[in-house]
Design a protein around this ligand. Sequence first.
Ligand code: G6P
Length: 765
Amino acid sequence: MRLSLRFLLPLALALGVVAYVAAPLIDKLTFAWFVRDIDIRANLIANAVQEPLVEMLDDKDRDAARVQRVESLFNRILQDERLFAIAFCDNRGALVYKTPPTMPNNIRCGPVGAPLEETGRIVEEKGGTLHVATRPVVIDGQHLGQLLVVHDISFIQRRSADTRAYLVYLLAAIGGVFALITVIIAEWSWRGWIAGTKALIRGQARFHAQEPGAQDPGGRELRPIARDLAALVNDLETERRTRDESQVSWAPQSLRTILREDLKGEEVLIVSNREPYIHVRRGEGIELQRPASGLVTALEPVMRACSGTWIAHGSGSADRDVVDTNDRVQVPPDNPAYRLRRVWLTKEEEAGYYYGFANEGLWPLCHIAHTRPVFRAADWEQYREVNRRFADAVVEESKSDNPIVLVQDYHFALLPRMIRDRLPGATIITFWHIPWPNPETFGVCPWQTELLEGLLGSSILGFHTQFHCNNFFDTVDRSLEARVDRDTFTISHGGNPTEVHRYPISIEWPPAALARQPAVADCRDAARRELGIGPDVKLGIGVDRLDYTKGILERFAAIERLLEIEPQWIGRFSFLQIAAPSRSSIEEYQSLDARVRAAAQRINERFDTGGCPPIVLRIEHHDADRVYALYRAADLCFVSSLHDGMNLVAKEYVASRDDERGVLILSQFAGASRELLEALIVNPYDTEQCANALRVALAMSPAEQRDRMRSMRSLVREFNVYRWAGRMLLDATRMRNRRKIESQAQTQAQPWPRRGAKILRLRGG
Ligand code: G6P
C-alpha cells in the first residue's frame, strides 16, 4: 500500500494542478464561444427585423399606432427566451422604441454614426449579465437609426459553472481509473519482484546470469540485475568463506565469537544417542566414563565452547543418581561448561531402537562391510517411538521457538522432521557421521522413504565427504518426489529446502589429552616396559571399537603376511591392538570378538619368540590420556577400516605426534584418506599391499616421517573440530539471515495495514 501511495500521491497532485489551471481557461474559452454565438444571433435578429421596421418607420400613420406596431413586432421577436430586450434609437441617438419597458436604463444608444461593433458590450446588471449588440438600420444608404439587441447571457455563467464541475468530476474519474490501474500494476509488479528477488537470494541468480535457457524464476525484468546480484552474492559468499578460511587457528573462542556475533547468542542444542559422560556404579562409588565414540570425541569440545544443552540417552548404571529432578546434570563434573539432559529408555526401547534398527539395520546398511542388515518391523516401531521421545526432549529443553539444533547420526533419521513439525522456526543441522550408500543399497531398507523424509526436515544435512553427499542426492532423486539442485546443493521436499554439504569432521586442536603427556621418549620407554618388549622393538598401534567395519582381522592378516615376507621383524615388531568392547549384545559383534581373539592367538603362536608377541590384544576401554600415551610410544598407527565415515583415530595419532615422528597407514575407505594424503594409503582387502605398507613404514627414514607428519599435522591443526562446527554454524547463520530477509520481503508484499506491526516484531526478534 505504501508503494501504491508513492504512485498515487503525485498522480493526485498532478491532476489537482491540471484542474486548477484548466478551469479558468476553459471558463474563458467557453464564454468567448458563447459570446460569438450571441453576436451571430444578434446579427440575424437585426437583419430579420430591419425590413418590417423600416416599413413601419415609413408609415405616415399616427405615432401611437406606429408605436404599437413596432412594439408588437419587438414583442414577437422577444418570444425567444434568451433575448432579454430590443430597442430602436433614431438617427439623433434618442431611444424611440424599447421592449420591455423594464429595460435597464443604463442600456443606451451608441453614438450616432459609430462604426459597426463586431462584438456586443457586456453589461453587468443586478439580475444577471447582459449582452448588448448595436446594429445600424439603413435603407437606401440612409441611416435611420440603431437597433439594440439585448441578450441575457447569465446562462453562460451557469454553463461555465457546470462545465467546471464536470471537469473536476472528469479529472477525478480519470484519476480514480488511473489509480486503480496503477495500484494493480504496482502490486502485481512488486509481487513479481519479490518472487524474483527471493529466487535470486536463494541462489537461483545463476539461472539468469549463466543459463539463458534455464527456468526463469525471477521474471524477465530482473535479468539485468540478476548478474549483479549473483556477483554480489558470490562476493559475499567468497568474503564469508575467506573469513572462514582465514581463521587459520580455529579455537573455542572462534565458536564463541560466532555464537555471540553472528548468531546473537541463540541457544544451541545437541542431540545424540551416546552421552559424553557416563556415570557407572563401581562397588560403593560412582565412576565417570568417557565413551569410545568418534562423535563424542568431536562434539564434546564444541559443546564446551558453546555452553548449550546436550540431549542424550542416559545409559550409565548410575546416571539417574546424579541428575536433578529434570534429568539434567552439569558437565564436565570438575569444570561445568554445559548441560547434559538425559533421556531414559526402557530395555525394550533400547533393544529395538539402538541394538535393532540402528545397529543391526542402518549401521551395516550404510557401511559396505559385507554384513547383512536386518530390518524388523518391531525394531522400526521402537526407533520411531524413541525419535519421538527425543523430539519431546528437544521441545522441553528449548527456551525459544527458533533454537539451533544439532542432530547427530543414524540413530535419529526421523528426528529432524519431528522437530520441524513442532518448532518450525528451528535451524536444524543434522550430521550423518557414517557413510551414505548408493541408492541401490539404501533401497534395501523397507522404510527408506520415511527415513529420507525425516532427514529432509533438516535445514542443513552434513556428511564427511562429497561422495556421500552425492550418494544422498542420488538416493533422494531415485526415491522421492523432490527437487534436487546439485548446483546449489539444495533439496526441496514438501516446501522445505535442505542444504546438503560436506563438512569433514575433526578433533580439537591442540588435544586436551596431549597437554598431560610426558615426552615421547618417556612414553616409548613406559609402553615397552609395560608390554614387556625390548627398547628397540618397533611398536605398531591400532585403536578401535571392536566393530566389523574397522578391518581388525584384515590388519592382523597384513601383520602375519609381513612376518612371512620379512621374517627379520619377528621378535622385533609388535602390534598393540586396543579394542573397546562395543554393542556386545549383538551376535555379529560377539562373533567378531571371538574371531579377533582367535586370530591374535593363532598369529602369536605361529611367530612365538618367547618375549615379543606380534600382536598384543587389549579388548577393554582405555581413556584418552592412556590412548595418547600409547600413540606417542608407537612407531606406526594402522587404520584399516573396511568403510568409515571419517575415522578420528587417524587424526588423533597425527595430533599426538608433536615430535613429528611416526607413520600413519590409512585405509582408502576411511573418509580421513581424502584429507591425510601423506599417510600410506592402502586397500585393507589387499593383504599384500598392507603388508608392504607395514614394511615401508618400519623402514621409513626419520626425515620422511617428519615431512609427512608435519604436513598432516598442519592440516589437522587448520581443519580442526572448531572449524567443522564453525562452518556449520556460519552456514546456519547465513540461512537464518536469508530466512529473515525472505520473510521481511514477504511481509512487504502484503498490502494490508497490519504489516507494519509485523515488521517491527520481526526486527525486534
Ligand atoms: C560411531 C557412530 C557414533 C557412535 C560411535 C560409538 O562413531 O557414528 O554415533 O556413538 O560409533 O558407537 P556406540 O554404539 O557405542 O555409541
